[in-house]
Design a protein around this ligand. Structure first.
Ligand SMILES: [Fe+2]
Ligand SMILES: [Fe+2]
Length: 254
């Protein structure tokens, strides 16, 4: 295609692609999911990309456009280098701490939305729970998984109302889908219901731009309640390791 025939956004895409390849000296590719966010179901053809980049190979490791990760990354490294925004998590955990909740509950609040800030919004409670499951008490991952559904249901016993923020975000007519309703019923009767409920109670829906909470305030709680693998997250051969590796190397070809 000639330059003149290209639209502005096509030209921007081409420039971006060129920059991506030059920085890495290898060919970085986008996974299908990344394109779906732009409304396209398509896959980049490997052979076409090789033909366009003579002498180059596909990226199979770190993407140099992203902050470099240490060889044995810890949860704190992921907080600092891969989580796009941590204010909401820190403020929620601080709230739980001020309310005198247990360390497990504070940790659950600190980690409850890591799915959103590092990975994907859809079903973020389930993704987040899965990421941490091998490293925390089962109560913590269960609570994070279930906050996905509990957020939508009030509990007057702890003064939790349906969030105004959700009316703003989803409209007044939004109703949780059947799978959320079913999950809520299961959670309601569970022995750890209140732990998960406390995530929703301490979830800060409206951000205080002046609140400044440091991750260091939670170093000890993380140390006592998150079993950091000595090999580093991603290199430790658990059912969640591949998720941490993918966050570390999100543009690895395969
Ligand atoms: Fe959440
Ligand atoms: Fe949240």
């Amino acid at each position: 295609m000639s330059q003149a025939a290209m639209t502005l956004s096509e030209r921007a895409d081409e420039l971006e692609e060129q920059m991506m390849h030059e920085l890495n000296e290898k060919i970085a590719t986008k996974s299908v999911l990344f394109g779906m966010a732009d409304g396209k179901v398509e896959i980049q053809n490997g052979n076409d990309l090789l033909a366009k980049n003579p002498g180059k190979y596909f990226l199979m490791g770190a993407d140099k456009r992203l902050p470099a990760m240490p060889d044995r990354p810890t949860l704190i490294d992921f907080f600092k280098l891969r989580f796009a925004s941590t204010a909401h998590l820190l403020q929620s955990a601080k709230h739980a701490m001020r309310n005198g909740l247990s360390e497990k509950t504070i940790l659950a609040c600190l980690l409850h939305d890591i799915g959103v800030v590092s990975f994907i919004r859809c079903d973020h409670g389930y993704w987040g729970a899965q990421m941490i499951e091998p490293y925390v008490d089962e109560e913590v991952s269960w609570a994070i998984r279930m906050h996905q559904c509990l957020r939508f249901f009030p509990d007057e016993s702890v003064n939790y109302k349906y969030p105004d923020q959700y009316i703003k975000l989803f409209g007044p007519d939004y109703e949780p889908e059947p799978y959320i309703q079913e999950e809520y019923k299961r959670a309601r009767g569970h022995k750890w219901y209140m732990t998960s409920r406390m995530i929703t109670v301490n979830d800060i829906y409206s951000f205080d731009p002046n609140a400044k909470v440091e991750l260091e305030e939670f170093t000890d709680i993380i140390g006592r309640n998150f079993r950091q693998p000595k090999e580093g997250l991603g290199w430790d051969n658990t059912p969640a390791s591949h998720m941490w590796r993918t966050l570390n190397w999100p543009t690895r070809f395969l």
